[in-house]
Design a protein around this ligand. Structure first.
Ligand code: S3P
Length: 448
């Protein structure tokens, strides 16, 4: 643990680039294993989580050549690790859940482990469907370590019981690895980087959005009303024997990392500009959130590269107002809730966050971790079963914050400390390396 002292500042401003998107980085590394030609990646993040994915595919035979900002990942002709191969996923839930899908669909037997935090996170959500597809998985009561014996799987249709891009991706990767078809249905649309990258790497995948239609009212045939023809929102179909070729993937800046800096701007006034920021619509809920609470968000230089939209985003703070967040909005903000809670602390009035029970099984119990740190600053914060109620706006005092071993908690409260009265500390600055090793250097850069 490396404690860090944090001092208040008046204002932030400037122009930065944040490191490459973690979710896209994972997928670029992991999908390279299933390609028949190399994958050349630019702007691969230095995040420890993505390095876990890189090391995982190396253990399964991918060779990695580094050339400046470029990685060339060359797949093996066949995946043949020896049976005592151990894949260490560190803190990374995405590595563990996605690589499990690949192993489940490959005729190999491998063990997957993780650090203490990852070993306490639920894996049943992938174990159950992958087992139904035909893989054999032994676990510690639904937790890591997992011993997976993969092979030929059977075609599979699955409606996600939790909104999770990791579960969706795990099943799609199992289908890709095994050559069986996989249909995944989502009630709430989750990030779609896997679907985009499968296409970018030459694979075939169909995505069908269920749109509301006019239906005749059965009670009164003269009336017509809008209705969803299906109970789910999106269907993703990976056909049988889908094959990946390879290609080039350029990774935009990570909007979930950018959110911390944009929040600093929203609280203090800014303006702050982030260039080349990922703007995939499944990831931009935070920009809508900022606008809805009173900040100004301008986007320029929009373009799409490697199937992923991106642009330059400038955030200027305004008079902040509280709001209620629930349902699909919470899902869209799932990684941003710690920093949303910090914005709420600086916003007069009560912010309510609901439908966020998933936050209890992230890198820490984020609901408890957020409430603990907000209370240290003198904020009234109620912990609900599935959310938080935060009464903000009063003067906040600096504090000795705890990260709970969670990168996003450390970054969120490092931002809070900038606008508190008096100095603060964070118990472990090194934890930010999980997603953004450059975090404190970037903060220095935007001190006004
Ligand atoms: C991720 C999906 C989300 C997110 C995580 C990254 C991904 O997790 O919270 O940080 O890259 O697929 P869930 O799938 O568990 O919601």
């Amino acid at each position: 643990m490396r404690m860090r002292e944090l001092n208040p500042i008046k204002k932030i401003s400037g122009t930065i680039c944040v490191p490459g998107d973690k979710s896209i980085g994972h997928r670029a590394a992991l999908l390279s294993l299933l390609c028949c030609e190399p994958v050349v990646i630019t702007n691969f993040p230095g995040a420890a989580d993505c390095q876990s994915s890189l090391q995982a595919v190396q253990k399964l035979g991918v060779s990695v050549d580094v050339d400046g900002n470029m990685l060339r990942l060359s797949p093996p002709t066949s995946i043949q690790p020896d049976p005592d191969t151990l894949i260490e996923c560190g803190n990374s839930g995405t590595t563990a859940r996605l690589i499990s899908g690949i192993i489940a669909g490959t005729p190999i037997e491998v063990t997957i482990t993780g650090d203490e935090s990852l070993s306490s996170r639920p894996m049943k959500r992938i174990i159950d469907p992958l087992t139904e597809m035909g893989a054999e998985i032994f676990s510690d009561d639904g937790h890591l370590p997992l011993r997976i014996r993969g092979g030929k799987l059977i075609s599979f249709e699955y409606r996600l019981p939790v909104a999770s891009a990791q579960v969706k991706s795990s099943l799609l990767l199992a289908g890709l690895a095994s050559g069986c078809s996989a249909t995944v249905r989502e009630d709430t649309i989750t990030r779609n980087h896997t679907e985009i990258m499968i296409k970018e790497l030459g694979g075939e995948i169909q995505v069908r959005d269920i749109k509301p239609v006019f239906m005749t009212d059965p009670k009164d045939p003269r009336k017509r009303r809008m209705q969803m023809p299906e109970s789910f929102k999106r269907e993703i179909v990976l056909p049988q024997r889908a094959k990946l070729i390879g290609g080039e993937i350029d990774i935009p800046g990570d909007i979930s990392t950018g959110a911390f800096f944009m929040a600093a701007s929203a609280i203090s006034g800014g303006p702050l500009t982030i260039e080349n920021l990922g703007l995939n619509p499944t990831r931009t809920a935070f920009l809508d959130y900022l606008k809805s609470v009173g900040a100004k968000v301008d986007i320029s230089d929009r373009k799409t590269v490697s199937g992923e939209p991106r642009g330059t985003v400038t955030v200027t703070g305004g008079k902040l107002k509280p709001r209620r967040i629930s349902g699909e909005t919470t899902v869209g903000l799932i990684d941003e809730i710690p920093i949303v809670a910090v914005i709420a602390a600086f916003t007069p009035g009560t912010t309510i966050i609901r439908d966020a029970a998933e936050l209890r099984v992230k890198e820490s119990d984020r609901l408890e971790a957020i409430a603990y740190n907000l209370k240290l600053m003198g904020i009234k914060c109620g912990v609900l079963e599935d959310g938080l109620a935060i009464k903000g706006g009063q003067e906040l005092s600096g504090a000795d914050f705890r990260s709970f071993g969670d990168h996003r908690i450390a970054m969120a409260f490092s931002i809070a400390s900038l606008f508190a009265v008096g100095p603060s500390t964070i118990d472990d600055e090194s934890i930010v390396e999980v997603s953004c090793p450059e975090f404190y250097d970037l903060l220095e850069k935007i001190r006004g």
